[in-house]
Design a protein around this ligand. Structure first.
Ligand code: ATP
Ligand code: MG
Length: 335
């Protein structure tokens, strides 16, 4: 049977990119009969500067957003990564499987570490190995993520294949996990720079639309969003050299469930002054049901903690036997 694993970092509140690129895709997977594991990856959030005093509430916030978006805690395990220590245990083993040359090709490290990579944490560099452990500790077969995680998924597959070769004795220990990336919304860009993806960790809150933003905030952010002075083009090809216009049109298409062509058929030739209020309206009505449910849940700490506790128990049930098998395969001593 299929096993689905995905997660988000509690580095801040979730935004429209997280939703359209990944979270939205998780919900229908629950109806496929697959076992679903969705975690708040707090150990990943430690790879950059963070405040330990707020981390637990951020984990709760991520869990509440999952539920608000339609992840059902009855059918899916919702949990904190750190509550399942098997992730950390497999992480070490996979650190010894991954090769330096593979790691040095990872572009997210270069983006996040910036010019001063000497000061980046070692954890930020080895982050993709922990991500491979997150996936392989459940022997997950499918991983629904945004487009930016494609390279990390490929690394997870390389690690799995190498482990199988070196420790499998001819057997397939880890199935190679398949990325599941949506055709639209997989790469929502920043509102301030159409060449950068929308991110929780962007220092400017105006660069993103959060799932918890109210209607006024959303309208203001869209009004301020960077554009160029040209009217919208008549065809999708006309967007190719205009990253900000392309992003806003793509966003409108994703929010209203139409194609980019259909959006341009309606708005081609019009300026952003006419288009932006429509986009704001679409974003507000799209997000409203999620943000209302989120606001309700976030006030019920006991309920969220109960969901996280039950989720961690279920996740451990799946992970413990996998780690026991892997311990034997790598030659750990046991009496
Ligand atoms: P951070 O800046 O801390 O890395 P993030 O916004 O990139 O935060 P993650 O927690 O790293 O969010 O990623 C969670 C999921 O959301 C992943 O599946 C990732 O591919 C997806 N995702 C993140 N940003 C976008 C985006 N702009 N468009 C589409 N999907 C995205
Ligand atoms: Mg990220």
């Amino acid at each position: 049977p299929d096993r689905i694993l995905s997660g988000m970092q509690p580095t801040g509140g979730l935004h429209l990119g997280n939703y359209l690129g990944a979270l939205k895709n998780w919900v229908p997977m629950q109806d496929t009969g697959a076992e679903c594991f969705f975690c708040a990856v707090d150990m990943h959030a430690m790879t950059v500067e963070y405040d330990p005093a707020v981390l637990p509430d951020r984990v709760r916030g991520v869990a509440a957003a999952y539920v608000a978006a339609g992840v059902d805690p009855e059918r899916s395990a919702i949990f904190a990564q750190s509550a399942v220590p098997e992730h950390a245990e497999l992480n070490w083993i996979l650190q010894c499987v991954a090769r330096m040359g593979w790691m040095e090709r990872m572009t997210q490290f270069k983006d996040k570490a910036g010019k001063d990579s000497e000061r980046a944490s070692v954890g930020l560099f080895t982050y993709p190995v922990l991500m491979a452990a997150d996936i392989l500790v459940y022997k997950a077969t499918h991983v629904p993520v945004g487009d930016d995680q494609k390279q990390h998924l490929e690394l997870s597959r390389d690690i799995a294949a190498r482990f199988n070769r070196d420790f499998g004795g001819g057997e397939i220990v880890f199935p190679l996990p398949e990325p599941v990336i949506l055709p639209t919304g997989a790469r929502v860009m920043s509102l301030k720079d159409g060449t950068k993806k929308m991110s929780k960790s962007d220092p400017s809150d105006n660069a993103r639309i959060n799932l918890h933003d109210d209607a006024d905030t959303i309208a203001k952010k869209i009004k301020k969003a960077k554009t160029d002075p040209e009217p919208l083009p008549e065809t999708a090809q006309g967007l190719e050299t205009r990253p900000e216009a392309k992003n806003l049109v793509g966003l409108y298409a994703a929010l209203t469930g139409t194609s980019v062509e259909a959006v341009l058929a309606e708005f081609g030739g019009e300026g952003f002054g006419a288009f932006k209020p429509k986009l704001a309206e679409a974003a507000v009505s799209y997000i409203a049901p999620i943000s209302e449910e989120y606001a309700r849940l976030i006030g019920d700490k006991a309920e969220i903690d109960a969901i996280l506790k039950r989720g961690a128990e279920r996740a451990r049930e799946a992970a413990v036997p996998v780690v026991a098998e892997i311990r034997d395969r790598v030659g750990y001593w046991r009496p």
